[in-house]
Design a protein around this ligand. Sequence first.
Ligand SMILES: Cc1cc2nc3c(=O)[nH]c(=O)nc-3n(C[C@H](O)[C@H](O)[C@H](O)COP(=O)(O)O)c2cc1C
Length: 214
Amino acid sequence: MDFLTLSKERYTAKHYDVNRKISNEDLDKLLEIVRLSPSAVNAQAWKFFVGSQKSMAKIMPAICDFNRDRVGDCSHFIVMCAQNKLDEASYKEVTKKEDADGRYPNHPNIRDIVDEHRIAFGKLHESLGDYAQWTSKQVYIAMTALIYGAKSMGIDSTAMEGIDYAKLDEILDLKAQNLHSVVVVALGYSSDDDSNKKRPKSRRAKESVFSFLD
Ligand SMILES: Cc1cc2nc3c(=O)[nH]c(=O)nc-3n(C[C@H](O)[C@H](O)[C@H](O)COP(=O)(O)O)c2cc1C
């Protein structure tokens, strides 16, 4: 499916078929899509907690009332989290991995410059006081890759900000891991009575969204 068709056909699932589960193979592909998401300076200052229906009960107290019926029957979910404070060691791990993946063949000096710059960007956002917002923004990119990637595989999704963030962070003990939750994405196969399935998609008109500069 080309990306425009995908964009027209993806929709937010509002009810799942409890009997249909994502296969392990497809789940692995979804996680790979998330893992490959781009982020500023490739910092990947994020962590994703993956759960199946079994662990849904654990996070349900942190899902807002209006979302509970919508996602209660989903197959899997991912709690997408971002770093709270700059963790230089985790940045250095990225450089080490880039090196191991062959990004700097015969160029250790470039590797060291990239390493310094990445940390400098992190420090810049710390000094601006927006480090946690900056890392959250990157998580939304991964969320976007996930929901479109899922649709490309015939898997439906529900991105949710309708969550009690403080409660979710407590349930997953995120603060102790220098993390906060950003968004939860439920995944699975929507049921035939999903109200959103048959609704036409609606967006602002092109003229109101785009301003052409030349
Ligand atoms: C970041 C984000 C948070 C959202 N939170 C919720 C939510 O908590 N509950 C819900 O039912 N839908 C949620 N949505 C779905 C939006 O309402 C939906 O994407 C929008 O109305 C457009 O409809 P469509 O996704 O079906 O095209 C969220 C979407 C995004 C991108």
